[in-house]
Write a protein that binds this ligand. Structure first.
Ligand code: ZN
Length: 428
């Protein structure tokens, strides 16, 4: 399903000049490319092939036309490829009997927009002034611009936005048209899912998450950023409130905060991508009913906002990659023994689950993740043998514990989960 959303942009005066600069540079490229295109004989190939040939000349062009280096590459490519679309549209008009002549050069006022394809832009719902969002555009006259955007309806996740077209209308107002492409793959039928392709995830205490495959994903280390933030905030408090130095420093502080937000977001997206592409079903606790049920909430509260955010992101990636993301009843997931079900109280400092009844011993978060996993299996209706997974031996033992650092997630994206420990066990 594809659709487009149009949002009003509120560039500053300086930003407007920069956007106009790109618009005009891209227009000149379009005119140049059209000239080159017209010199290629029709016998040389289809319209698309000939346009592609012209597009291939962009890198050489940059050697002498240095302004092109200050425009994002897909914006340049899109401008050239627009020729093919325009030629085809012209052909349609001709066939319909219109006297349209040939494709014309574009005068400054005729060329109103430029398009980022796939990359080079980012959408953030909240970071703009006055409650507005931000559309970040790369390489606008060589600079990255954070353009305020009014997101008057729920904004799409920017991983779904395929193209972002920046457009100036005749009144001089700027808009962003976001083309959304959502190909939601079918989620597998629960009856067809292999138990081994499912995972339960628990909110870790020391780690960010701990899963039923006994994998602990570490927390993102932002201590350097936090130190920097404190330093910049101290600087800010020394400036005279409202002075131009204060205003400058305020922007520095905002920039550091934004970088931290982006790092957290990037980490969660990569982790969610990894889980939803490796597994067919991911089970998590339903946090909405969680707080009333467990006594050890305080230690977790500080991380809960991040965890809720992660579940939202996880669901989003689940839809995108055809992976079930199911929330389960969180009651007693920490207390109950995964092997025998006997409940024991565990203060926060007790890191290990050691069952007084059956003797099962593992990390406390691993035990909880196993409980989440089993509840998920039965809620979703994944068929597994009569006995519990633990008894059939499909559950992972405490010895299989693996630690994955947050930086490994950020740097490698999905490969950190590519080989689930269970698969490794089968081979070994
Ligand atoms: Zn037990």
């Amino acid at each position: 399903m594809d659709y487009a959303l149009k949002y009003r942009l509120f560039p500053t005066e300086v930003q407007r000049e920069q956007l106009d600069w790109v618009r005009d540079t891209v227009r000149q490229l379009y005119n140049h490319a059209l000239h080159q295109f017209n010199r290629i004989p029709e016998s040389a190939g289809t319209v698309k092939q000939r346009v592609r040939k012209v597009r291939g000349e962009i890198p050489e062009l940059k050697d002498w036309w240095t302004d092109l280096n200050d425009v994002y590459s897909t914006v340049l490519q899109q401008a050239v490829e627009q020729i093919a679309t325009n030629v085809e549209n012209l052909g349609k008009l001709k066939r319909a009997g219109y006297d349209v002549g040939s494709l014309n050069w574009k005068a400054p006022e005729e060329y109103r927009s430029f398009t980022y394809r796939q990359r080079g832009f980012e959408l953030d719902e909240k970071s703009g002034p006055n409650g507005r969002g931000t559309l970040t555009l790369k390489k606008v006259n060589g600079e990255t611009l954070d353009v305020p955007i009014r997101l008057h309806r729920p904004s799409p996740d920017d991983t779904d936005v395929k193209h972002a077209t920046v457009k100036k209308d005749k009144t001089g107002a700027w808009y962003a048209c976001l083309n959304i492409e959502r190909d939601a793959p079918e989620k597998p039928n629960p009856g067809d899912i292999d138990v081994e392709d499912t995972v339960g995830i628990d909110l870790g205490i020391l780690s960010f998450v701990h899963d039923s495959d006994n994998r602990a994903i570490g927390r993102l280390d932002l201590s350097d950023d936090r130190e920097r933030l404190e330093r910049e905030q101290r600087n800010l408090s020394r400036k005279e409130h409202g002075s131009s130095n204060w205003e400058k420093q305020r922007l520095v502080v905002a920039e550091v905060q934004k970088e931290m937000r982006n790092k957290r977001r990037d980490f969660k997206h990569k982790l969610a991508y990894a889980y939803t592409t490796v597994y067919d079903a991911v089970f998590v606790e339903n946090l909405d009913v969680k707080p009333m049920l467990e006594g050890d909430r305080n230690g977790r509260n500080i991380h809960e906002v991040g965890w809720r955010d992660f579940i939202t992101i996880l669901k989003h990636h689940g839809r995108k990659h055809g992976c079930h993301v199911v929330e389960v009843d969180p009651a007693d997931t920490t207390k109950a023994c995964n092997r025998c079900g006997v409940k024991t109280k565990k203060p926060l400092w007790v890191r290990e689950h050691s069952c007084p009844s059956c003797g099962y011993t593992t990390d406390r978060d691993h035990n909880a993740a196993l409980n989440v996993w089993e509840r998920g299996l039965s809620k979703l209706g994944v068929v597994h043998s009569e006995s519990t997974p633990a008894e059939t031996g499909t559950a992972v033992d405490a010895d299989d514990f693996r630690e994955v650092s947050a930086s490994a997630v950020v740097e490698t994206g999905s490969p950190c989960l590519k080989e689930p420990p269970k698969a490794a066990n089968r081979q070994g």
